[in-house]
Design a protein around this ligand. Sequence first.
Ligand SMILES: Cc1ncc(COP(=O)(O)O)c(C=O)c1O
Length: 459
Amino acid sequence: MTFDSLHFKAPKMVVEPPGPKAKRIIKMQAETEGNAIYYPKVLPFVPQTGFGATIKDVDGNTYIDFSAGVSVLNFGHSNPHVLKSAMDQMRRLTHTLDFPTVARTDLVKRLEGIAPGSLRNNCKVVFGGPSGSDAIEASFKLAKFATKRHSVIAFSGAYHGQTTGALAATAEKKYREHYSPLGPEVHFAPYPNLYRNPFDSDNPRELGRLCAGYLEDMIENPDSGVMPPAAVIIEPIQGEGGINVPPEGFVKEVEKIAKRNGIVFIADEIQSGFGRTGKWFASEHSGASPDIITMAKSLGGVGLPIAGIMYKKELDVWTPAAHVGTFRGNVVAMAGGAAAIDFAKKFRLLDHVNRVGGRALKFLVGLKSESKYIGDVRGKGLFIGVEFVKDRDTKEPWKQICDSIQLACFKRGVIIWRGGGYGNVIRLLPPLTITEDLLTEGLGIFAEEVKNAEKRMGP
Ligand SMILES: Cc1ncc(COP(=O)(O)O)c(C=O)c1O
């Protein structure tokens, strides 16, 4: 399956964005919605119809989508195979709290079948509130319930969400300021970010060892000041932090340290899960078997809100109603999620992700060799980061060039988003169904706009 029939023809620009309709709607939104609105302040985009890896705006422009709603639309916008199941379910029944339904048991069965490591066909699932942050809160609650401890260890560069508990484990200061103290005791260990780390190491083995050693010391040294935590939470590949891929074996090492200290090991797969990295879950790259996996974003198949956790059977210590929430029974999203997993298996989506993702990474590594300002290119599958710096020796982050490239790509019909604590990483995470032709076309435009921005902004 090449997924050719699942997209509009793109890019096709009929008017420079924002066109007249887009301008009117953006103005209306600014007048009526609160100031926390963010995305349209970066890109003046008013989407109207999505299909596969493409989106039309209200003025008739068609874009290639390299953002996939930040990994919510892994299976493509309006994927007809997935939509059919969700629509059939929607006509019958939409909400059921946690009463059992066929849609629910179908999804749980499929999740068990794709769970990583020793969780496969040997785990429990709990759905909660519909956002990723809700899943993070659930994972912390379960870890606290099981261990009778209260603190958590997270990592530098981590993003786990915006509710109070999840925000407490999120590293980026811009999200935390104004809200401290955030409640639960959270300590941060260094994430082995090969491009930027406090040890100044670019040797993966050495960096993995140093970061694991740091974590070990926090937990095992009686003088570290860190009380035994309930949980260690890690993104097996960091998303918002700038697509940071840890050295091989690091996640497994974290698992070992957690296990021997009776700590619950949580892998946050909210952004990296559901095929994004070429495996069902990014933890699989290191052979880890997390105690808990957090899931949201693409879990609902076509962008329908649902979140949950998968965890080892031994951890099923919750008593009835120990964790509840009204929207834990979105059966439409459950039908969508089950159909999406079937779609991916039937059409060998993960093989496709590995094939086209590998080519994209190679192309971008080539682009780096022609560029003065790309400091690093990294990723797995279709989870790719391109980090921009003013100077490759000092690695001074260059956010402004990212802003300029992002806007220029948008005007030519390619939607890209950024990440990284300094806002200087272009994140490429298209729907996984993107065709090789669309990917090549979008990357070509991106490469041209990198070169144009370098000429425009370079010394
Ligand atoms: C790794 C990770 N965890 C948690 C979250 C929070 O999810 P939500 O925004 O749905 O609350 C996100 C959101 O981007 C994420 O990337």
